[in-house]
Design a protein. Structure first.
Length: 412
């Protein structure tokens, strides 16, 4: 639901140093997903930083999944509540940040999750049960599925040591995936896109795009295309043989290059509205709209047939990623302020807002991260701590829900 805002006079600074130190230690544990061993037992970690990757809708479009630290949370679109957490309390899961989520192409209650820890876990999210754990050995950057190719899953990894990115094909056979098959490797790959018909795959580096035809039992034969401006995001058109590439200058270029071998053989169309870099690109399933977002905090809907545009402005924070639900009823926007907004596609109204902790840790570390300390509101037992600049945030640690922002009078 939309954020509730109130205004009061600034509180006096009477918080004790011990309280600040304990709060900072709790935050350190929360971000790494590991509880620090102290004299008192830490029963539960709450809050956490939501993944900056696109959320994944369930097949029935009633829920969506997002990585929060080393966990995955299943949110109800109707209520905004956390319906399930993967792993469930006491179970094993990822031990580092979750970086990729993809719904299983055939098993509608299952999802693939990938992490910096180099593991892919297959979950049944309806029961919070771990079905399989696949060791890849390299940080997982992206997992992609395709409705037209239900027999395979594509996995992109990124090695910090070598700077190389590797694309794997994971063959699905019965209940147990077969070993991964490497099908491509390039340096500095940022994102991957898979065509809706399952035939072509595109890999995006800073100033290069690689496109290849996905064969059954061989590596990708990649065609290299040079980009004039550093690219930031990529997406295949849903119904046409076209690839959309966003760049840091705010431009979106439509590349009609499938089957081409050189830049000269391609046809390109440029679209420009964003004043800053394009962070997110995706298409609706019917191909009628292309959605884009960036630092302006404005969702742009490009009508691909007429060339017209619609805008959803004043969203309050930079857009990092955009997802479209399978039934095309909702758009999910991932924001830089640890917020996920679900938009009704019919009238562009907010359907749901999921707000995490707003605390901004200083670049120098955790020292001074909580100038107002960390306390509990005695009646509701909500946590009260620093939120956005000039405000306090009330947060329910038991339901992991934002309650309200309290703006401080006189803040400059």
């Amino acid at each position: 639901m939309p954020t509730t805002t109130r205004s009061v006079k600034p509180p006096r600074k009477k918080e004790a140093k011990k309280q600040k130190a304990a709060a900072a230690k709790a935050i350190r544990g929360g971000e790494t997903g590991q509880a620090q061993k102290t004299a008192n037992t830490l029963g539960k970690l709450t809050g956490g930083r939501a993944s900056q990757q696109p959320v994944e809708f369930t097949h029935d479009s009633r829920y969506f999944l997002s990585g929060v630290g080393n966990e995955v949370k299943l949110y109800s679109i109707a209520t905004g509540d956390v319906a399930r957490t993967l792993p469930a309390h006491g179970q094993e899961g990822h031990n580092m940040a979750v970086t990729a989520i993809a719904a299983h192409p055939t098993e509608h209650n299952q999802v693939f999750t990938g992490s910096v820890d180099g593991h892919i876990i297959v979950w049944d999210y309806s029961t919070a049960t771990q079905i399989n754990n696949i060791v890849v050995g390299e940080p997982i950057a992206q997992i992609a599925v395709c409705a037209a190719r239900r027999d395979i899953v594509l996995v992109l990894t990124a090695s910090r040591r070598s700077g190389k990115s590797t694309l794997y094909k994971l063959q699905l056979s019965g209940d147990t995936p077969e070993p991964l098959q490497q099908i491509a490797q390039i340096t500095g790959c940022q994102r991957m896109a898979w065509a809706p018909d399952g035939e072509f795959v595109a890999l995006l580096a800073e100033r290069e795009m690689y496109v290849g035809r996905l064969a059954n039992d061989s590596e990708l034969q990649l065609q290299r295309f040079t980009l004039k401006t550093r690219a930031s995001c990529i997406a295949f058109h849903a119904t046409e043989a076209c690839i959309a590439v966003g760049d840091i200058a705010g431009r979106i270029t439509l590349w009609y290059c499938l089957g081409a071998t050189t830049n000269e053989e391609t046809t390109r169309t440029m679209m420009h509205w964003h004043a800053h870099g394009v962070n997110a690109l995706t298409f609706t399933t019917d191909g009628i709209y292309m959605l884009s977002g960036g630092p302006e905090g404005v969702l742009v809907l490009w009508h691909m047939r007429s060339g017209g545009k619609q805008f959803l402005p004043h969203l309050g924070a930079e857009i990092l990623a955009v997802s479209v639900s399978p039934d095309q009823a909702y758009y999910a926007l991932t924001h830089a302020d640890n917020t996920i907004r679900v938009v009704n596609a019919l009238d562009l109204t907010l359907r749901q807002v999921v707000q995490g902790l707003k605390l901004q840790v200083p670049t120098g570390g955790y020292k001074g991260a909580l100038p107002a300390g960390l306390t509990t509101e005695p009646r509701s037992r909500n946590l009260v701590l620093n939120g956005a600049p000039g405000s306090l945030q009330f947060y329910n640690p038991f339901s992991s829900r934002h309650i309200l922002d309290l703006e401080l009078d006189g803040y400059r």
